[in-house]
Design a binder for this molecule. Structure first.
Ligand SMILES: [Zn+2]
Length: 367
């Protein structure tokens, strides 16, 4: 439908993928990439649909209480999210979204509930389940309707949760119903992919699936060069600096440009823990300043051990970076370490499957 000036409604001409000019030129190659990422997402989604569990009475109660909590404290455009966390020794904690208007000041409801749990739990108690709920209002003239729905955690909250208990169950909409899924399935960790921790049969099966998905994203000659460049820079940095851990990220942009970025060391402050942004976060911002987008990246952690020796590990982007990378380029891929199975490449969408994509029953084109 055209507006009075005859300009078509942008909603109708809008392309399914938000493309930059450079991407439009790439045309066919991009379509192929989209198809590959969609195949990967569909395979992961089918697995999660299969293993997701219906809520038991305790989890159902947690969801109801999360909904009641945000319903009580709801304030349009300010307090819209509330979360409840249950521990394995009976502690239940809550958290409201804090909207500080400036990104860094704000905090998700799910993380605030986790922080509160850390204050309130019994010694040794672990988080068993988390439920987050969102309330909103639809206003259209005389028609006014409020609703409260289950939502799932963002990448930062998944990061926090998986570091507290990788087996914690997330209550969220999955395939048209509210179900539970262990956080490690919606936020694969480095140790998980490397097969470094003890795993259930289901986890082993999931790891095999991610390994199979990675076969569709071969490491190219360009990737190899980027990895080598990163390794050389890491070695220089580790050998020239003090005996501190060094984080390094190497990336290829959509333009073909290669980037690297390091932290001199992991900046830790005993009062506020890590005060610096993850190195991959900085690199994504840096590439954006160059009007480029990160297409493939690898994160290393290195440390000097003795005069000529150093250790090197392939890491995964932190939660805040996974969130950022995906927003900048939904087709971005990450080089990951599959342990005895070597290096592989996975789409960022698989390392951070979005809640709204898991919510729907059917697969579709939604980038
Ligand atoms: Zn969050």
């Amino acid at each position: 439908m055209a507006n009075p000036e005859g300009v078509p409604n942008p909603g109708i001409i809008r392309e399914p993928v938000k493309l930059s000019r450079a991407e439009r030129v790439v045309g066919e190659r991009l379509k192929e990439m989209v198809a590959k990422v969609e195949r990967a997402e569909a395979a992961q989604k089918n697995f999660i649909f299969r293993i997701a569990q219906p809520l038991n009475d305790h989890e159902g109660g947690l969801l109801s209480r999360a909904k009641a909590y945000i319903t009580e404290f709801f304030e349009k455009k300010f307090n819209q999210l509330g979360a409840k966390v249950a521990g394995d020794q009976g502690t239940e904690s809550k958290g409201l979204q804090f909207d500080g208007k400036i990104g860094e000041v704000s905090c998700c409801a799910a993380r605030r509930a986790m922080f509160n749990f850390k204050n309130e739990c019994k010694p040794g108690e672990k988080i068993q389940a988390i439920s987050e709920a969102r309330r909103d209002q639809v206003d259209s003239g005389a028609f006014k309707k409020s609703y409260t729905e289950s939502v799932g955690p963002c990448a930062l909250c998944r990061d926090a949760l998986s570091s507290l208990n990788k087996d914690a169950k997330v209550i969220q909409p999955i395939g048209g119903e509210v179900k539970t899924v262990p956080v490690s399935f919606i936020y694969p960790s480095r140790k998980f992919l490397a097969g470094e921790e003890s795993m259930s049969d289901l986890e082993k099966e999931y790891r095999e699936l991610l390994l199979a998905i990675s076969k569709d994203f071969p490491i190219t000659a360009d990737d190899q060069m980027m990895i080598k460049k990163g390794e050389r820079r890491l070695e220089d940095k580790v050998n020239s600096g003090p005996d501190e851990e060094v984080m390094l990220v190497a990336a290829r942009g959509f333009s073909g440009e290669t980037y690297t970025n390091t932290t001199p060391k992991l900046i830790r402050n005993p009062q506020s823990l890590v005060i610096d942004k993850p190195v991959e976060f900085q690199l994504v911002c840096e590439s954006a300043e160059n009007q480029d987008q990160v297409l493939t990246l690898i994160v290393f952690k290195g440390k000097r051990e003795g005069s000529q020796q150093h250790t090197k590990k392939v890491m995964l982007p932190a939660g805040v970076s996974r969130e950022l990378i995906r927003q900048f380029h939904p087709l971005a891929t990450v080089i990951v370490d599959f342990g005895k199975d070597g290096l592989g490449k996975l789409p960022i969408e698989v390392l951070y499957p979005l809640v709204y994509k898991l919510r729907k029953r059917k697969n579709g084109n939604h980038f």
